[in-house]
Design a protein around this ligand. Structure first.
Ligand SMILES: [Zn+2]
Length: 383
């Protein structure tokens, strides 16, 4: 994520902080120096916010470790002022996996709250029985008050995240449960629709009560839901479309004895960015536009294309879905792959080709959906 930097690496996952995160520390300092009417309060506020974000990080690690147990790569965890995000290579394929991954986050906060209750012991019971609210001595800067605030924060994290509004954990759990009965595409439409209705309700409540942080959260939920809806729709498209229908069948190719000057002719007269180097019909390697330009700049002689080509090319079978192809290319960190029909080389496909196919197919799908929407009642909110 742009504007964030790494602060730690836990279980091979980068933990990053977004620059805007520092706003929340300043806010904490201000708020608690106000509550406690002291400078010590400012340090208390900063300390509390830091501890709170340790809890948020543990929450995200909960999601991440369960996801990894199901074979889903976790790229990084980023801490933002409104909370954390674990960035995963893909969404889970099975509803049960999504349910468990989503539940793991709030469960971590339940465990933390349990530990804090155990540590605070009798104090928790007294404060609850006296009905003074959860935090007995809210304006103090004592260590036990700190733990009480942290307990309250963990309880709110559990309650807030379990609201069944996509993309909150509760919304993901709802989607997973619905998907077990209805399949992912329909479950996503319903869950994101519910998420947007709840977001609007939270937003209106926030505006009426001048709680602007709540309004901001509502906006975040609303757009998160619509983004997920689009992503799910495109995933349907990417799953059904095969890589064998996407590669360029009319691509210009090079043969083993060709020289760089030969490719420059192609580059000047076509938009093709990558060229397969063949021996007969067998693929030897790939030459990209950048490599040709570099060879022209650095080499004085007219080199053979075999001298500058990449020999390692990711192989894919033609019946692989675009979604799996994209995942494979992203995790291998390459932008070109060779498409095969068993042992026969067919052509090259690039990440740009996949993105383009995906944009076109999504557009066509949307037109089809719009035509079919009359009379359809699936709870999707169209705004
Ligand atoms: Zn979560």
């Amino acid at each position: 994520m742009g504007g964030s930097f790494r602060i730690a690496r836990i279980a091979e996952i980068d933990i990053k902080i977004h620059v805007t995160f520092f706003l929340i520390l300043i806010l904490g300092a201000f708020q608690w120096s106000n509550i406690t009417h002291s400078t010590a309060g400012a340090f208390f506020g900063v300390g509390l916010m830091l501890l709170l974000f340790v809890c948020v990080t543990l929450h995200e690690l909960g999601h991440s470790l369960v996801a990894r147990a199901f074979g889903i790569q976790v790229r990084e965890i980023t801490l933002l002022p409104l909370g954390g995000v674990a960035i995963m290579a893909k969404n889970p394929d099975k509803p049960l996996h999504e349910l468990l991954i989503a539940a793991a986050g709030p469960l971590v906060n339940v465990v933390i709250a349990g530990v804090l209750i155990a540590v605070l012991g009798a104090d928790v019971r007294t404060s609850l029985l006296d009905a003074q609210g959860l935090i007995p001595d809210a304006t103090s800067t004592s260590f036990s008050t700190l733990l009480f605030w942290l307990l309250a924060a963990n309880i709110s994290l559990v309650v807030f995240n379990l609201i069944p509004a996509f993309p909150l954990d509760g919304g993901r759990m709802l989607r997973a449960l619905l998907a077990m009965l209805l399949g992912f595409p329909r479950a996503t439409r319903i869950a994101t629709g519910i998420g947007q209705i709840i977001a609007v309700a939270i937003g209106v409540y926030g505006i009426i009560n001048s709680q602007y942080l709540l309004v901001l959260t509502a906006v975040f939920i609303f757009f998160g839901a619509s983004q997920e809806n689009t992503a799910a729709r495109s995933k349907t498209v990417l799953i059904t479309q095969k890589i064998g229908d996407t590669y360029n069948k009319y691509a210009l190719t090079l043969q083993i004895g060709d020289r760089v000057s030969h490719v420059t002719d192609y580059i000047l007269t076509s938009y093709q960015p990558d060229f397969a180097v063949l021996q007969g019909t067998r693929l030897l390697g790939v030459v990209t536009r950048e490599e040709v330009l570099r060879a022209l700049a650095l080499r004085t002689e007219d080199a053979f294309v075999t001298e500058i080509m990449q020999r390692e090319v990711l192989h894919m079978q033609r019946n692989l879905s675009l979604d799996d192809a994209r995942t494979a290319m992203e995790s291998a960190d390459v932008r070109i792959a060779a498409v095969y029909d068993d042992g026969n080389y067919l052509g090259l496909v690039s990440l740009e080709d996949i993105h383009e196919a995906f944009a076109v197919l999504t557009f066509m799908q949307m037109r089809k959906n719009r035509a079919a929407r009359t009379g359809e009642d699936d709870g999707a909110v169209v705004l």
